[in-house]
Write a protein that binds this ligand. Sequence first.
Ligand code: ATP
Ligand code: MG
Length: 407
Amino acid sequence: MFERAALIHYHEIGLKGRNRAAFERRLRDNLQFAVGDLTSERVERISSRLLVRVSDHSMLDEVCIRAAATPGASYAAAAYITSREADDMNAAALLAVREVSGARTFAVESRRSNTDHPVSSAEMNRIIGQHIVDHTNLKVDLSNPDVRCFVEVVQGEAYLFSRKFPGSGGLPVGTAGTVISLLSAGIDSPVASWRLMKRGAVVVGVHFSGRPQTNDLSERLVADIGGALERYGGLARIYSVPFGDLQREISLAVPPDLRVLLYRRLMVRVAERFAALERAKALVTGESLGQVASQTLDNIAAVDEAATLPVLRPLIGTDKLEIIAEARAIGTYELSTQDHTDCCTLFMPRRPATHATVAEVREAEAALDLERMVNDAVSSAEYRDFACPAYRAPKRLPEGVVAAGGR
Ligand code: ATP
Ligand code: MG
């Protein structure tokens, strides 16, 4: 019986130089958090890889799945751990190739991370390959094998595996600061949030619901979307802001065609309050150029002007079909396509402006008591926390902000 482990590889892009050790530690801590309840072993750093030993072998696949979902991991492999003796490696190689059912052809791909091992990689491929040929019906096919037996020899031991779980890629959460994501219950903004987590940011969502003019369905959907994103370890918290009364106030005070832009500008200002609270350095939206009337270049400029922080739009050049495919892959699509009324469907004008100017929106905004409106919004927010090991919650919250269900 060999010991088993999830062997986690990461992309080395972005991990160069002085930052590298910090990136590795962050990934290790995030992995530890993700799999901590499945194995009692600590995640180890082993020459450009991370390894977590799994004593209960029935947990191995789940450990690999969770490790692979963790941003920064390029893949997780279900490995056998052996000594560096040929007999052990041969025996483990047989077990590894047999894990892939229905295979007829195979190849061995060995790597030594230390050249202190006397056998070269090419020689190792040959020896292990011969052993597999002698003990199975598998035939060698180096160009397009049904199963690849990977062999990685490091200082004290060797790892053999044939099953790889493709990972999220990207960078470990906690290496890029915090962003505030404007999170609706739609398809796009969860994907935009995911893109930022995958680049190492801690994401704090701000959701605007239509309450009290609507029910709280959008809030519940956003909470569920948060639950789906939680496995990536990058979503820290979602603030939910009842926005219905403020929208009503805006709709009564400004020209109908500009309403949507003024809702958005108010959202941006409220989001920036939360950014200050969370020490976030940017806002994120799910906008995609031209997708809907509010997403023309003119309107984007008209909304941006209300922001002081950079507004990141990771989906700006992404087509809807690509966004949908990504939403499916990250597990938010089914939730995002459930019927709901959020604040954006409230008090919609028949003909929203598609090419508003900053001067126009500013003039219309002069009729509003913005400071009071932002304060009202912030002080009626509720928040919900998610599992994010890199997150440090603010010590003090503004008056009125409470945990969901706590009012
Ligand atoms: P989504 O699928 O993200 O809802 P959408 O195609 O419906 O996007 P819009 O409604 O124009 O597009 O919204 C554009 C962006 O504005 C969203 O991606 C999101 O970042 C932000 N936004 C819209 N509505 C809300 C809301 N109710 N709460 C928080 N952010 C919102
Ligand atoms: Mg929307």
